[in-house]
Design a protein around this ligand. Structure first.
Ligand SMILES: NC(=O)N[C@@H](CC(=O)O)C(=O)O
Ligand SMILES: [Zn+2]
Ligand SMILES: [Zn+2]
Length: 426
């Protein structure tokens, strides 16, 4: 027996209230419903898509697993995530990507798409079996050495050429490692005052400038991970205008909200790669996201076990949790500031990432005939972040004790509730 669910009083994209009907995994025209969910005032968005998640499986299960990370994703309003390959073993072969993909299907809370490594072991020397990973059941279409940069320009050129043949995208962690040896925090007055070794922003900007030229020459698609400076956005604009290159870029919630002064407490929870930047960059990133220079928001959700964070700054691992706080941070930085409306949020958190990754069943319009893959958000329900209460196994949130302005209430994946009333529906 198929049943019909009526979502009563929802506001699609924050617009006028209406009712949505769900049957057989799809949105359907108005009809008799077997169940009515009172969704008065909730904003309906297509399920969010995260192009940049670290699920830590295999090998880092003390920090996160596909299961705990999927729960965090669903609670954050996500219906698809891309799992970065810097695991142990590295996801540089069909065996590992298939494992991650299968675990995602078994857990069933969110579509887990493994990202394949560009080079064997993320060592930057020899291309990984990109074609085999693309041909595996995991159907890998995004490749990245994230955590490391594909620093060698010839390797990057070859990777782009292969990716083009596979209709895949190379997601670059833009950091010239020669410029960041021992670097701890954005190079500037704050790091100087705190005595933290400076991190030259040119390390990011020079790689982006190089890569757009390589991608243009190869006719390949490039995606820039966690872009973090004003000048990087200017390089993107220049590249699109003059090179006619197919390049996309993401910004993280933490680079939209937090600045380099967060390091003043010497709490390594604020240590991240790329580092938090001065307020002028943060503001430029917000404007670039609003005007479309930056395509999308990606969390760079980076769980770390206590030992990796509860130590002195220089010994701590970089990275912070993001899946359950991303949407509220976007509301704080982009909606409350008038830079984006909810249509814009749907664009940068769902539609654009789905398009970049080539997903055809995510980021779809909320109309009959489309998949019932969506999230319902209470724009008025504030909550306070507690790392210990998040679904992730790790607790390294930089937002501890901070009040967030909006709450994800329900999430649905192809007609099935993955989150009901703020709780995971296993
Ligand atoms: N962003 C981070 O600071 N850390 C990421 C790696 C990465 O995204 O480069 C991680 O895997 O922990
Ligand atoms: Zn990275
Ligand atoms: Zn990352």
């Amino acid at each position: 027996m198929t049943s019909t669910i009526k979502l009563k009083g929802v506001r699609p994209y924050g617009e006028a209230p209406t009712d949505l009907y769900v049957r057989d995994g799809e949105l359907v025209e108005a009809t008799d419903a077997d169940e009515t969910v009172d969704a008065d005032g909730l904003v309906a968005l297509p399920g969010l898509v995260d192009l940049h998640t670290h699920l830590r499986e295999p090998g880092g299960e003390e920090a996160e697993t596909v299961e705990t990370g999927s729960a965090a994703a669903a609670l954050g309003g996500y219906t698809a995530v891309f799992a970065m390959p810097n695991t142990d073993p590295v996801a540089d072969s069909p065996v590992v990507v298939e494992h991650v993909w299968r675990r995602g299907r078994e857990v069933g809370l969110v579509d887990v798409h493994p990202v394949g490594a560009v080079t064997v072991g993320l060592e930057g020397a020899k291309l990984a079996e990109m074609g085999m990973m693309a041909a595996s059941p995991a159907g890998v279409r995004m490749f990245s050495d994230d955590g490391r940069c594909v620093n060698d320009p010839l390797i990057m050129r070859r990777a782009l050429e292969y990716a083009r043949a596979l209709d895949a995208v190379v997601a670059q962690h833009a950091e010239d490692h020669r410029l960041t040896v021992g670097a701890q925090a954005h190079e500037g007055p704050v790091a100087a005052r705190l005595g933290l070794a400076g991190w030259d922003p040119t390390a990011e900007e020079s790689i982006i400038a190089r890569d757009v030229m390589l991608a243009a020459a190869a006719g390949a698609r490039l995606h820039v991970c966690h872009l973090s400076t004003a000048r990087s956005t200017e390089i993107l604009r220049w590249a699109r205008e003059t090179l006619d290159v197919r390049v996309s870029a993401e910004v993280t919630p933490h680079h939209l909200l937090l600045t380099d002064t967060a390091a003043e407490d010497y709490d390594p929870v604020h240590k991240v790669n790329p580092p938090l930047r001065p307020a002028a960059d943060t503001e430029a990133l917000r404007r670039a996201l609003a005007d479309g220079t930056l395509d999308c928001v990606a969390t760079d959700h980076a769980p770390h076990a206590v030992e990796a964070k509860d130590c002195e700054w220089s010994a701590a691992r970089p990275g912070m949790l993001g899946l359950q706080t991303a949407l509220p941070v976007v509301v704080t930085t982009m909606v409350a500031t008038g830079l984006l409306d909810w249509r814009g949020v749907a664009r940068v958190c769902s539609e654009a990432p789905a398009r970049i990754a080539g997903l055809t069943d995510q980021g779809r319009p909320l109309v009959p005939g489309e998949p019932a893959t969506l999230t319902l958000v209470d724009p008025e329900a504030a909550w306070t972040v507690r790392g210990a209460a998040l679904a992730s196994r790790a607790e390294n949130t930089p937002y501890e004790g901070m009040e967030m302005p909006a709450s994800v209430v329900h999430t649905m994946l192809r007609g099935r509730w993955t989150v009901r009333d703020g709780k995971v529906n296993a």
